[in-house]
Every structure is written in structure tokens, then in C-alpha cells.
Design a protein around this ligand. Sequence first.
Ligand code: AMP
Ligand code: ZN
Ligand code: FE
Ligand code: FE
Length: 269
Amino acid sequence: MKVDLHLHSRYSDGTSTPAEVARRVKVCGVTLAFLTDHDSVTGFPEAAAAAREHQVDLRCGIEINSAAGNIHILGYGIRWQDPAFLARIDEFRGRRTERIRRIVEKLRGIGIDVAFEDVRATAHETLGRPHVADALLRKGLVKSRKEAFDRFLAAGKPGFVESMGPTPEEAIEVIRAAGGFASLAHPETLPDKESVGAWKAVGLEGLEVYYGSHRPAEINRYKELADRHGLLATGGSDFHGPGTGRDNPLGVDLPPADYDRFMERLARC
Ligand code: AMP
Ligand code: ZN
Ligand code: FE
Ligand code: FE
């Protein structure tokens, strides 16, 4: 089954409108898709309206970036209008804004002429380091988001400030409290792969085995890890849109057995 359970719009650090994401779901022949903006569901009504127009199945998910380096938790089957859930992700966005202010201060401290308002200029809701990268790009200081991360924004670089996001356990809990289930995104960023066992114990239910950039050897390795820990195998492209370096065609192949297990779990939400 061609699915895409990991997509971003400009309501976080993507550059496409939610309607454009829905259009690409159609064009790419994806049969089941989830919009998973970072700490935001605000783009979903627009995406849903466009999905109805294109007659595609596009649902609301989320990606919560934890404070543990590059450990991101995807959520599916959430009651996305739940007031308590919306309050939690609003709080997470507030912490992101504070982090971005600190990053801007650090960059100014090393003589880079960038202001918080430059960074916020293109953001529709959730702020992230990619918006800092885009501000540096517009000033001609870097040529790509990747260069901005490599030179300034990644851990250990002069503009780096630790994430102020929740712990992975809290991120899982926020998703579960909204009636959904959690899957660990892009497991290649995990320093210790076996740590999924500890998160399974606190409610993690899936692993993003079929990640867009995974090669067959990685898929086999993560599928084995998911099976051994009793986790669902999920998949997605992590599309971010034009100009981000991640403007890939949508869709990954999810084997029928994994698709059925995912749909069965979704039906229980
Ligand atoms: P933040 O949420 O502010 O910590 O920023 C992390 C986000 O930046 C990730 O979710 C990715 O979307 C993006 N990102 C991380 N590394 C890179 C990179 N090397 N090039 C482009 N985007 C990146
Ligand atoms: Zn992102
Ligand atoms: Fe991510
Ligand atoms: Fe993502």
C-alpha cells in the first residue's frame, strides 16, 4: 500500500500550504496520508478541505520533537480538537519560541546580523531552527537549510541551543491522552536503538521503519527491531516542500500486513 504517514506544511517548518500537500497526495497516488506538523494541527482544516476536493484520505497527525536530541514522536488517531491537547502543544510552541530567541541572541553574539522578526517573518505557526536557517538563506549567509545546520544550528555549532521540548515519555503521554498512539520517527537518529524497549514500556506503539530515506538494509534492520519489541511498523516520507532539501515525491510502500495492523489500531482510536 502506498501511504505517507509523515508530512509537513508551512504551519511548522514545511514550505507548502496544507492544500498543496493534499494536492500532492492525490498526484502521487497515496491512498492514506497524515499531516504531521511539528507541535501543530492548525493546518489540518485547510488540508482536509482540499483532500475532500481531491477525494483523497488525508488525516490529522502530529510530530512532537522531544528535548532528547533528534528524538521525534509521531502521533496518529488523536482527537485533534481536544482542548487539553491543544493547550499542551501550544505550550510546546511557546517553549520553541523562547529557544529560537536564544538562538538568535547567540548568533548575534558571533556577529551575525539576524533578528527574531526576520526568523518569524515566514513562519505560519510553529517556529523551528529551519526558520532560522531560512532567514540566513534570505540574507545570503548560507545556500541551503543543510548548510545552516552544518555551520550554525546543529548540536555543537555556534548557534546551537538545547531543545526545550518535552521528554519522549511526555510526548507519548500527550498523544495517548488525546486518544491516539505514538510511533518513533526516523529511527536512524536514535543513539541507542534498544532504547525503544524502554519507551514501549511507557506507551510507544510504533516505529517508523519505512522512512523515506531508508535503504532496504535499514528497513530490514528496523523491521526486525519493531517486531522484536512488538511495535507497529509505520512509514512516511517526511516531506517538507520546495526549498527545504526535502521536496521528495510523496509515498512509501507499506506491506499489507503492516498496513492492516496500523488500520486495526487506528480503528480503535
Ligand atoms: P527544531 O525542531 O527547531 O529542533 O528543528 C529540527 C527540525 O529541523 C527537524 O524536525 C527537521 O525538520 C529540520 N532539520 C534538522 N536537520 C536538518 C538539516 N540538516 N537540514 C534541513 N533541515 C533539518
Ligand atoms: Zn520538520
Ligand atoms: Fe522529525
Ligand atoms: Fe518530520
